[in-house]
Ligand binder design. Structure first.
Ligand code: GL4
Length: 839
């Protein structure tokens, strides 16, 4: 028995395809034994009373055991080799489901499938029981999750640090066409986390700062806090693909500190307020703020940020101190990446630890800080740039505010030297905005406190250098700023989401090596004209569309014809992403269809317009876009005259696991943000990697996708980023007329075709009356014309197929592994660990 278990726990993932029959049988029976043991003991159920949920849990627990053994070995290996480590600080990790990913990454999905089948379960049913880990809003959080997968796969010694929210992003329900938010309590029966009750950090808030002289007459500061909250670590194992490396994601949970104070209250009979304190403490990690590309300046959010930064840094510093190295070696041992400005306080906290706690001189400490941090900017939208009011910060983090003022002072002095008498420059780059109240500009701290700042696609990185951070380029020179274009992990977004396509590619390329070297996909181009290959390719797409059609039927009740052109836009609902442009385009199409004769209609390509995405709960405009989509759907979908020629679908509660079904099933997907607003976008990459074509603006990563796959393989439309300012100007100072086709769309909405027109009034007014900030009218004609081209080209199925295959073949650049290696080389200066097969 023992022999089996050792074998099961340590069989190397790489061997999956080379396993002989005997080995597979052994592994299968071993998996079954682990499964049964967990069902019968951990879950306390009899096998005869084992439903699909228990089948999921039993399987997950069996895999978890395996992961945690590798997790431990990985940590030992990383400690032993003592190489530089990466810490990725992100307030969001949009992980999705873990079981399928774990099975595929360790190469044991077939084993689990056979083992479960034998016991009467389908592995797919077990997988679909899992609740998504949805600790993120959208692209930024999903990018962090892709990072973790890649860093483990490439054997980088890397940890993620985040918050263990009790409630992840809300669940979206559509009730009478409106979005409703339901809390997402996801922690019950979550087998993937390991509470570390022994790893805790006391985090302080409020209070005041004492100034004193030490024995050498040096002025020192100590922070006497008014409130202490405890951070408890929860670890989530992150398995790499085809490697034994299993990295760690450490999430902090808040809890009342078991200080004397509470105890006294308790003993004094003040039970209620003792419990209330506990509740207050737990509030810190209770909920993920549900905004994407928007900051609201709430105190609790700042508390979250500090709580998480302070706990993570304490942990990092504690680990460093165990090595007994000199402080000056800190940046040679540690790279910390800031995922947007949310963790900027980590810069201030490290400076505080070094000067107040460890007694370093300011300059030496600051050299260490700037050598350690890198900052990634993910947006240029002004409403998303974080600012905190000075009085708020003064109250919550008094010592940090002092340090921020000092950082600012030294920084401004150096700027003043280089640009004497340039008062405007000083006020533009100052960390403090001189408004009422004064505000702390977090991006400025992040830039000043890091050695590298990067954007996430070429256009975006250029834009930050020429607009929001222009002055800093003058001050620091262009070398502090760099670009690392985003990517996606092909493990989840091809192999897991689209197993049939992955298998077909493996068949042609002679194995699955492309999953760890995505540039190998280029070999597919040789098969573009291979008839048999084309047939299989197109059958796979057809099957994926069937799978999506079933999901649509399940969640909306609508039946769609899977032969139709599937046109998909799934992402957060935001005016800048322009779902309103899409739905106005759909209305335009509907009006055209209605005006056609029966003969004309015969020539029309049937289309299903599929939408999905959440609106921030307080974002009214986004919510009315959702309501408009559903109102249009209600009219169009029951119009018998139109039938299958047009269907409009809103898939509620779009999330990672739904994306895995949706991405492989699109014919065309929409990435249609106003040029210059979408920093990168990453779903564009997911769709193309799965053989869908895209319609998009010259924005974010669309531009680089075009460069890689070729202009003939993408439908670009609309105005360019460089023209946006001028166009916006024109809306206000004359020279603007509403696009006539868009006007007809508005007329039909106003006449009540889609229900009470007043519900959509503000949506229309923002375009007709308030300057059309997102240039919907300016791009409308180009958009509908381009869709006509899409219809035309879709009819030539052979051409379409060739485009699909060619595009996939050219997507190698967008692997997250390329991204991770670029960060490692140009920002972190970190090497991967050499992990041997039998290490
Ligand atoms: C985002 C950008 O909006 C998105 O374009 C980008 O792909 C993503 C990851 O870099 O980051 N920024 C914010 S804020 N939310 C995002 O999704």
């Amino acid at each position: 028995k023992e022999e089996f278990e050792v074998h099961y726990h340590s069989s190397h993932p790489r061997r999956e395809k080379r396993r002989g029959y005997d080995e597979i049988t052994k592994l299968t029976s071993c998996f079954q034994r682990e499964f049964v043991r967990h069902v019968e003991t951990t879950l306390a159920r009899s096998l005869y009373n084992c439903d699909e949920l228990a089948a999921y849990s039993g399987t997950a627990l069996a895999f978890r055991d395996r992961l945690i053994i590798e997790w431990n070995k990985t940590q030992q290996r990383q400690t032993f080799t003592d190489q530089k480590r990466v810490y990725y600080l992100s307030l969001e990790f949009l992980m999705g489901r873990a079981l399928d990913n774990a099975m595929l990454n360790v190469g044991m999905k077939d084993v689990a499938r056979d083992g479960l089948a034998d016991l009467g379960f389908r592995v797919e049913d077990a997988i679909s029981q899992e609740h998504d880990a949805a600790l993120g809003n959208g692209g930024l959080g999903r990018l962090a999750a892709c990072f973790l997968d890649s860093m483990a796969t490439l054997n980088y010694p890397a940890w993620g640090y985040g918050l263990r929210y009790r409630y992840g992003i809300f669940k979206q329900e559509i009730v009478n066409g409106y979005q409703m938010e339901i809390p997402d309590y996801w922690l019950d029966n979550n087998p993937w986390e390991f509470p570390r009750h022994d790893i805790t950090v006391d985090i302080q808030f409020y209070g005041h700062v004492n100034k004193y002289q030490d024995e050498h007459g040096k002025t020192c500061h100590s922070w006497e806090a008014g409130e202490t909250v405890q951070a408890v670590a929860y670890d989530v194992p992150i398995p790499g693909y085809r490697t034994k490396t299993t990295n760690n994601l450490r999430l902090w949970s808040s809890k009342a500190s078991s200080g004397e104070f509470d105890f006294q209250k308790f003993n004094a009979g003040d039970y209620e307020s003792a419990v209330a304190d506990q509740q207050t403490a737990e509030t810190i990690s209770a909920v993920l703020y549900p905004n994407d590309n928007l900051e609201r300046g709430k105190e609790l959010r700042l508390k979250q940020q500090y709580f998480w930064c302070a706990a993570s840094l304490y942990d990092i510093v504690r680990r460093f101190k165990k090595t007994n190295r000199a402080w000056s070696e800190f940046p040679d041992q540690i790279a910390i990446q800031l995922n947007d400005t949310h963790p900027t306080l980590a810069i201030v906290e490290l400076q505080r630890i070094l000067i107040d706690v460890e007694g370093l001189e300011w300059d030496e400490a600051w050299r260490i800080v700037t050598g350690t941090f890198g900052y990634t900017n993910h947006t240029v939208l002004p409403e998303a740039l974080e600012k905190w009011s000075v009085p708020l910060m003064q109250n919550l983090l008094p010592r940090h505010l002092q340090i921020i003022y000092d950082i600012n002072l030294f920084f401004l002095q150096s700027v003043e030297k280089r640009f004497p008498k340039d008062r405007d420059m000083l006020s533009r780059v100052s960390i403090i905005e001189e408004s009422h109240p004064k505000m702390v500009r977090m991006a400025h701290i992040a830039i000043i406190g890091s050695h590298k700042v990067n954007g996430v696609a070429e256009l975006h990185s250029d834009l930050i250098k020429t607009t929001i951070f222009k002055d800093f380029v003058e001050i620091y020179g262009p070398d502090r700023f760099t670009n690392v274009t985003n990517g996606i992990t092909p493990r989840r977004w091809l192999h897991q989401a689209n197993p049939a396509l992955s298998a077909l590619i493996a068949e042609k390329l002679g194995g699955y090596d492309f999953l760890t070297d995505l540039t190998l996909l280029d070999k597919l181009e040789a098969f573009v004209d291979d008839q048999e290959f084309r047939k299989k390719w197109s059958d796979i797409k057809a099957n994926n569309k069937l799978r999506l059609a079933r999901l649509i039927k399940d969640v909306t009740g609508y039946s769609v014809n899977p032969q139709s052109l599937f046109d998909v836009q799934v992402k957060r609902i935001h005016e800048y992403k322009r779902q309103q442009l899409n739905i106005f385009g759909v209305i335009h199409r509907y009006l055209k269809l209605k005006a056609m004769s029966a003969e004309e209609r015969k020539k029309v390509v049937p289309r299903v317009s599929i939408f999905g995405g959440k609106a921030a709960p307080g974002y009214w405009m986004a919510k009315s876009i959702i309501y408009l989509i559903n109102s249009v759907a209600a009219v169009v979908n029951k119009d018998e005259e139109i039938g299958d020629l047009l269907k409009v679908i809103f898939i509620e509660d779009y999330n990672v696991s739904k994306a895995e079904i949706i991405c492989p099933a699109s014919d065309i997907s929409e990435h249609i943000s106003t040029a210059g607003t979408e920093a990168s976008g990453t779903s564009n990459m997911k769709f193309v990697l799965n053989g869908g074509l895209i319609i998009g603006t010259c924005d974010g990563a669309n531009i680089e996708i075009t460069r890689e796959i070729g202009e003939q393989n993408i439908f670009l439309f609309g105005n360019l980023a460089e023209d946006v300012e001028e166009l916006r100007h024109r809306h206000f100072y004359g020279g603007f007329t509403l696009d006539p086709q868009l006007k007809r769309v508005f007329d039909s909405i106003k006449s009540g075709t889609f229900g009470d027109a007043s519900s959509f009034a503000s949506l229309i007014a923002s375009i007709e009356e308030h300057g059309d900030y997102y240039l919907v009218s300016d791009d409308f004609n180009s958009y509908v014309e381009t869709h006509e081209m899409v219809d035309k080209e879709f009819q030539n199925r052979e051409e379409w197929l060739a485009k699909s295959i060619t595009s996939v073949a050219r997507m190698g650049f967008f692997s997250m592994d390329r991204v991770t290696n670029e960060y490692a080389d140009s920002i972190w200066n970190v090497e991967p660990l050499n992990v041997k097969d039998d290490a």
